[in-house]
Each structure stands twice: as structure tokens, then as C-alpha cells.
Ligand binder design. Structure first.
Ligand SMILES: [Zn+2]
Length: 165
């Protein structure tokens, strides 16, 4: 168990492509655990990808178990791939590696993701809505893509809160 430091935009490592795992071994499991521990200490994070903690391997954790409407997860995924996608939706996203910013990003409405779980077993997740957004956001990280690359508009979180008051 370890909480790792989260890399932030400007760090070159976040722009690199991550390598797949050949097998799900203890090292892969440890990485998933560390991602989960690191995610849990953040205030409102719902997903984290390995490059965000400085590891260029294809591993992500997604946790929507705290959502009121449709709790799902946590998902611990190795080598996740979007094998099918359909529709589109615009979501206001943030990222633990881009603190203080939010942006409107167009994502697929539905995605089917194939991956390996902690035990190296093949899993297939049919996701829609928020889960589809988060999976596609985290998988982008594995290819060095950040939400700000895709956002049509980017906002300062502080300014948005100001307006809501
Ligand atoms: Zn992110």
C-alpha cells in the first residue's frame, strides 16, 4: 500500500505512451493497489491512470462507487482497450493532473472496454454515461492524451464556483 505523488501537466512523462503488461503479476497488482490508494486520498477523483503516478504501464483504476445515482466499481484494469463505441455526449471534466481546470469534452455515449482484471482474467465492461466518460479519459492517459487536448472550452474552477454563488 502506498500513496504516490500525482504528476501534473507540464511533466513530460504524462505525454508518453505507456507499455502494455505481458502478464498480470504481483508488480502489476501492486501498481493497481497504489493507484487505488492514491485515488482514495484525493477529494473528488473518480479515476487514475499509471502515468499520472509516473509509471508508463497500461493500468487504470476507475471508482464510481461513491456516486449517488449509479454507483459502480471500483474497476482495476490492466491493458484496457475500447473495442466498441457509439453515440456522443459532452461532459465537463477535470483531471487530477490538471488541477484547478475544467473543460467541456465530447466523448462517446457508450463504450465497450476489454481488459484484464487483477487476476489476469479477461473482463468486458459495457459502459454508458459517466462511466463511459471516465474510462475513455483514463485510457487516453495511457496514450499521453489529456482532456485539455480535446476540450472545446476550458474553465478555471474558482471562477465557475464564483459564478454559482
Ligand atoms: Zn485525468
Amino acid at each position: 500500500m502506498a500513496v504516490r505523488q500525482i504528476r501534473e501537466i507540464g511533466d513530460n512523462l504524462l505525454r508518453k505512451k505507456s507499455r502494455p503488461f505481458e502478464t498480470v503479476d504481483d508488480k502489476a497488482r501492486q501498481l493497481l493497489e497504489d493507484l487505488y490508494d492514491t485515488l482514495k486520498v484525493t477529494k473528488d477523483g473518480v479515476g487514475l491512470a499509471a502515468p499520472q503516478v509516473g509509471v508508463l504501464r497500461r493500468a487504470i483504476v476507475v471508482d464510481l462507487s461513491m456516486e449517488e445515482e449509479n454507483p459502480q466499481g471500483p474497476f482495476f484494469l490492466i491493458n484496457p482497450v475500447i473495442v466498441k463505441q457509439s453515440g456522443s455526449q459532452v461532459c465537463r471534466e477535470g483531471c487530477l493532473s490538471v488541477p484547478g481546470k475544467l473543460g467541456d469534452v465530447t466523448r462517446p455515449e457508450k463504450v465497450t472496454v476489454e481488459a484484464l482484471d487483477k487476476n489476469g482474467k479477461k473482463v468486458k465492461i459495457k459502459a454508458e454515461g459517466l462511466l463511459a466518460v471516465v474510462l475513455s479519459h483514463e485510457i487516453d492517459h495511457l496514450d499521453g492524451i489529456l482532456f485539455v487536448d480535446k476540450a472545446t472550452e476550458i474553465f478555471d474552477q474558482d471562477e465557475l464556483q464564483e459564478e454559482e454563488r
